[in-house]
Design a protein around this ligand. Structure first.
Ligand SMILES: [Zn+2]
Length: 316
């Protein structure tokens, strides 16, 4: 496979969601929104720096971006210490405020030159504050996006432990196809129904370090289509840019040769997780204090956020 410009047009009706993007600190300078619009990315899960103190600034920026473009972004956050117990209050506060998920969180990293040195990375997926955070994720019905490298050995054994111990938590394995063959992903997917896959197509198609053909993942994606998402990871790989990273996402959809599966992995799977998140106590209090009219029963977190943003309650 390779670059297929015809696919941008062929699949523009899908309204692609990029579930893994680090542009929070510079999307404006980079002109990211215009690029995404050109290639028909409808929404983006946004964060910036991850698992280090700088992420606290990025988290504020991802929220700010969301209040400016509520139709474009789903803000996530990653700025919390891994070992200080006080960090749990930070996580809870962010979830209450209206963030849609935790991550990207470094749950283990040995080989990645970018993530292995981060101050707030965990040693393995059951380390430090992570178990308590999984519990909060279940409570708030938000997913957690985990970076885990290497994708085998102890880090994966401990991921399995987490998947078993927190069956109500939705775990998203970040760029799970990076240095990871479909057989190993199948092993996890077949045993753990609360595991979801962030498929970073641009890496598989363009990075010279990749060893596994895009085609080799397609049967797996078709078999577990309700648990796959697509992402650009901000086009962070060798020989990659947004045009190619997004084109590779469409290549996956095209290779699946099934309209319904294409819709699932492009958009619907992720949308379902977002729309199932209930409004939080903090959101409801803010809305009630300002005497806004709303239908409590029908309102989820996303609708509450939109109401709060439209009325500029967030800025007070
Ligand atoms: Zn990333």
């Amino acid at each position: 496979m390779g670059f297929r410009p015809d696919l941008f047009h062929k699949y523009k009706h899908l309204g692609l969601i990029d579930v893994h993007n680090h542009d929070a600190d510079y999307y404006a300078e980079k002109g990211s929104i215009a690029i995404w619009e050109r290639y028909h990315i409808d929404k983006t899960v946004l964060f910036g720096s991850i698992s280090e103190p700088a992420a606290m600034v990025s988290d504020k920026r991802s929220w700010k971006a969301y209040t400016k473009y509520p139709e474009k972004f789903y803000p996530f956050f990653s700025g919390f210490s891994m070992y200080d117990e006080g960090a749990l209050a930070v996580v809870k506060e962010k979830l209450e405020k209206g963030y849609y998920g935790v991550g990207e969180t470094v749950a283990a990293s040995t080989y990645s030159p970018l993530t292995s040195k981060l101050q707030w990375k965990a040693q393995h997926p059951m380390d430090g504050n992570l178990p308590a955070i999984y519990e909060l994720c279940a409570q708030y019905k938000v997913p957690i996006l985990l970076h885990i490298d290497p994708p085998f050995g102890e880090p994966i054994d401990r991921l399995k432990e987490a998947l078993r111990a927190f069956p109500d938590t939705k775990f998203i394995f970040a760029h799970a196809n990076v240095y990871n063959p479909p057989e190993r992903m199948e092993n996890l997917l077949s045993r753990h129904t609360n595991l979801y896959i962030d498929f970073f197509a641009g890496f598989t198609v363009y990075d010279p370090n990749n060893q596994y053909a895009l085609e080799s993942y397609i049967p797996l994606i078709r078999n577990y289509s309700e648990r796959f998402f697509l992402s650009t990871d901000s086009a962070t790989a060798r020989n990659l840019n947004y045009e190619k990273a997004i084109n590779a996402m469409y290549e996956v959809i095209d290779l699946c040769e099934d309209e319904a599966i294409g819709e699932q992995i492009a958009r619907r799977n992720f949308l379902e997780i977002i729309e199932a998140q209930p409004a939080t106590r903090t959101q409801i209090d803010l809305i009630e204090r300002n005497a806004l009219e709303y239908d409590m029963k029908a309102m989820n977190k996303r609708m509450a956020n939109e109401l709060i943003i439209a009325n500029k309650l967030d800025e007070r």
